[in-house]
Ligand binder design. Structure first.
Ligand code: ADP
Ligand code: TZD
Ligand code: MG
Length: 594
């Protein structure tokens, strides 16, 4: 089918000829709206996460009329997070569409999030009139959006002429998905949408991007260097990061892990890339394998704060700045990543699919497993920690705590391994990550590199739409508040999303008080809040669950019915700890240490 102007498809607001008589007398024209839609469709973009308004309302309408799925949100930040995670899940850039200045700024947070997390996303924002913006004459929603987006985007472009739309969209797609993926900003001024050019000539300006994320083959000597180092290891460890999950090289990664026999540690969003229940999984022995390992192979994981920068006590160093003495292999698409925190002895630069298959080829048929003492020490540590956790999980305290509630979620995910688990909060995040095993790749999506609150409902929408699977969101009550209004969006599109709000009456805990007695403490909320009524308000199912049994039957029913459901899981308000697992990052704790 011809993707550019089709007779009879022009909608009000476009500049296409109105009658057959016009068509015979005038050359056919195509407007900016249509060129944007055609360029997106030509490149396989089938979904847009949006919030309409001047100047992009007609772009949302006409995109929908042309078969693109347009999901309209209640706040651009949530549309943006949805687009970012759609990029992670599909390897296609997730598109977020917003209005100018305030809408753009609301979407900007997600653009930065996409860049920081290496997710491919394009934020497309309408903008006001250039001449007025540049002279700062006070236009409607005036803002120099391109300049503001640049520092947080991987790339940022503005298109001023309709015949540049094809190039603008092609560049945005390439920048988002090639190399290290990231967030791209595309500025489309209001005037552009109304510009009309000759349809025939306009169509010729569109570009179908060929090979948008080209393979990057690692150098043979880099692969050999890495394998030689791995071979020499007495206590090797593999760390899988979300870059490895993104790469969709699932079978080869599992083969690499199994062929090498090396214990592996999945980062949060890499859980399930190889099942958490695999005998080589060392998650339950994390604090043993990190300082204990002598050679560590990082696959799509950065040595940032989440891995204590590769040094300090976590890695067996004597103090916070000391290196632990490990040698590192780093498999990553970014040639600049190596040596960012500690020395990387064997960088392997390339896309993970190509790197892992080259490593596998280099390993050949007879690869010696790591020394038995190391493997048995890891297993021993792991078994004792798993046994301790099992004891805690078996308890059934009243009121319910994080463990007894998450024991239920753990069983449910085991029985429904295809379900997507969305997770945010502090304790609600940390406990879920350590208690709920994942069995399949890209099934766990969470707060990511920044530990950001607010991704929850946007992620739920995008996960349901792109995967068509059941979504289960485990949300701290604070975390949920950041995007809670999108339960209307979930109901409107009737998505199979079950939100479990871990309601402990506040941020970390619900027990703080204002010492002056005037106000509620900054960390606490209305006690006994009825979050489930929010879902009921829009026609979804709301349930209060005060016991693990109630929680279990409510989630099972949500999965059975596929209906939008919100379960208010009443958790002991004393149960959490300050900042969950990252208490040590609080300035007061850091002060005590120094
Ligand atoms: P985690 O938080 O799980 O540790 P990070 O976000 O820190 O993961 O690291 C992801 C890494 O993966 C980034 O350094 C990024 O460059 C890399 N990466 C992303 N996609 C690919 C890919 N297709 N091939 C190789 N490396 C990739
Ligand atoms: N704002 C944003 C955008 N991100 C953040 N991470 C924070 C604020 C600070 N913050 C955390 O790091 S966790 C958290 C906040 C506000 C909420 C924790 O409360 P919760 O979870 O109810 O979601 P628990 O289970 O009560 O710990
Ligand atoms: Mg809470």
């Amino acid at each position: 089918m011809d993707l550019a102007t089709k007779p009879g498809t022009a909608t009000p607001g476009g500049d296409a000829p109105k009658t057959a008589g016009d068509v015979s007398r005038q050359p056919q024209e195509i407007d900016g709206f249509q060129l944007v839609i055609d360029a997106l469709k030509l490149n396989g973009i089938d979904t847009i996460y949006a919030l309409p308004g001047i100047p992009i309302t007609d772009l949302t309408r006409r995109s929908q009329a042309e078969g693109i799925r347009v999901l309209a949100f209640r706040h651009e930040q949530n549309a943006g997070y949805a687009a970012s995670i759609a990029g992670f899940l599909t390897q296609k850039p997730g598109i977020c569409l917003t209005v100018s200045a305030p809408g753009f700024l609301n979407g900007l947070n997600a653009l930065a999030h996409a860049t920081v997390n290496c997710f491919p996303m394009i934020l497309i924002s309408g903008s006001s009139e250039r001449e007025i913006v540049d002279l700062q004459q006070g236009d409607y929603e005036e803002m120099d959006q391109l300049a503001i987006a640049k520092p947080v985007a991987k790339a940022a472009y503005r298109v001023l002429h309709a015949d540049d739309i094809g190039v603008g969209i092609a560049r945005a797609i390439r920048a988002a998905v090639s190399g290290r993926p990231g967030g791209v900003y595309l500025d489309l001024p209001a005037k552009l949408f109304a510009q009309s050019i000759d349809a025939e000539a306009g169509r010729k300006t569109l570009i179908k991007v060929v090979d948008p994320a080209p393979k990057q083959i690692p150098a043979p000597e880099a692969v050999k260097r890495a394998l030689d180092l791995l071979k020499s290891a007495k206590r090797p460890l593999i760390v899988l990061g979300k870059g490895a999950a993104y790469a969709q090289a699932d079978a080869d990664i599992k083969t690499l892990v199994e062929k090498s026999g090396i214990p592996y540690l999945p980062m949060s969003m890499a859980k399930g890339l190889v099942p958490d229940t695999h005998e080589q999984c060392a998650s339950a022995a994390r604090s043993f394998v990190l300082p204990g390992a002598d050679v560590v192979m990082l696959i799509g994981a950065r040595l940032n704060w989440l891995l204590s920068h590769g040094k300090g006590k976590t890695w067996g160093g004597k103090s916070a700045k000391d290196w632990g003495g490990q040698k590192f292999i780093q498999v990553d698409i970014s040639p600049q990543e190596a040596d960012s925190n500690v020395r990387i002895d064997a960088p392997v630069v390339g896309d993970i699919g190509s790197c892992v298959s080259a490593l596998l080829a280099g390993m050949g048929g007879s690869w010696a497993k790591p020394p038995a003492e190391w493997l048995s020490a890891v297993i021993e540590k792991k078994e004792s920690n798993v046994a301790k956790m099992a004891e805690t999980l078996a308890k059934n305290p009243s009121p319910m705590n994080f463990h007894s509630a998450l024991n239920v979620v753990r069983d449910i995910i085991k029985a429904n391994p295809e379900a997507i688990l969305v997770n945010e909060g502090a304790n609600a995040l940390d406990f879920t990550r350590s208690i709920v095993d994942m069995y399949k790749p890209r099934k766990r999506i969470d707060v990511g590199t920044w530990g950001i609150m607010g991704v929850g409902m946007g992620y739920c929408v995008a996960a349901a739409v792109t995967t068509k699977q059941q979504v289960i969101a485990v949300e701290g009550d604070s975390a949920f508040g950041f995007s809670g209004m999108e339960v209307e969006t979930i109901c409107r599109y009737n998505l199979p999303v079950c939100v479990v709000v871990m309601n402990n009456n506040g941020v970390y805990k619900g027990t703080d008080v204002d010492p002056t007695g005037r106000d509620p403490a900054p960390t606490v909320f209305v006690k006994g809040a009825r979050y489930e009524k929010l879902m009921e308000a829009f026609g979804g199912v709301g349930v209060v669950a005060a016991t693990p049994a109630e929680l279990r039957s409510a989630i099972e029913e949500a999965i059975r019915s596929g209906k939008p459901t919100l379960i208010n899981a009443v958790i002991d308000e004393n149960a959490g700890t300050e900042s969950g697992r990252i208490t040590s990052l609080n300035p007061a704790a850091a002060k005590k240490k120094s």
